[in-house]
Design a protein around this ligand. Sequence first.
Ligand code: NAP
Length: 248
Amino acid sequence: MSKIIVITGGGRGIGAATAYAAAKRGYAVCVNYVRDRAAADVVVDVIQDRGGMAVAVAADVASEDDVVRLFETVDEKLGPVTALVNNAGILGRQMRLDGMLAARLNRIFAVNVTGAFLCAREAVRRMSTQYGGQGGAIVNVSSSAARLGAPGEYVDYAASKGAIDSMTIGLAKEVASEGIRVNAVRPGIIYTDIHASGGEPARVDRVKEAVPMKRGGQAEEVANAIMWLLSDEASYSTGAFIDVSGGR
Ligand code: NAP
């Protein structure tokens, strides 16, 4: 069976590192992005230069129409998906909950929660033996924030990741007998662009003293955990979490 992976937000950060890791392991890769086409094209070009197969597909995971079109494009260009990494995620500017407006909350939950649900839905419809599929694996990218709460910074983001943890547990049980495993990684503080969107580009270096290992993580370290959960080596693991957070 050919291995076909969809990585949401695969153009930058943890998603890009996962795209490279997946291509190295023989997956045909769909690199989804929402705005930064140039970054997604670089990932695709590098994978193709190394002899792999990859396509970049624009889609806002918060849009149901976009997500349906994303998976139909993958059907056409690569084949039915066998692995999904629900990686796309956003933060708002750092602030206390008492300053948060509904528009911000709705966007955070639309991308981080609804987006992951919609992509999981499309993947299950293709992977599940109930739909005539051959099974597959889903990895959700949660966050240590789901456990820590992110006080004073983004409690909304932390709560959206809490929802992802609950979805991981519930969906894992729902589809366990249909050939699909559903697991999650919870990264700690990782060197990517996401911290700049929260208003503090150097956040990792400020917070790293609170990490038992006294350093931030690299996107590749998260990608390695994702790839293990997707692999046959994790064949008896579902509804499980790997913290990739330096002990925090
Ligand atoms: P990043 O560097 O900011 O990259 C985010 C990626 O998500 C980009 O490729 C972006 O696309 C894509 N994206 C954003 N909104 C989207 C949407 N509506 N539809 C489709 N794609 C969308 O972030 P990152 O740090 O790698 O984070 C990846 C995941 O890890 C997120 O779920 C994040 O919450 C989680 N995480 C990160 C950390 C950390 O410290 N970095 C810690 C814990 C968890 P464009 O390139 O087109 O903008």
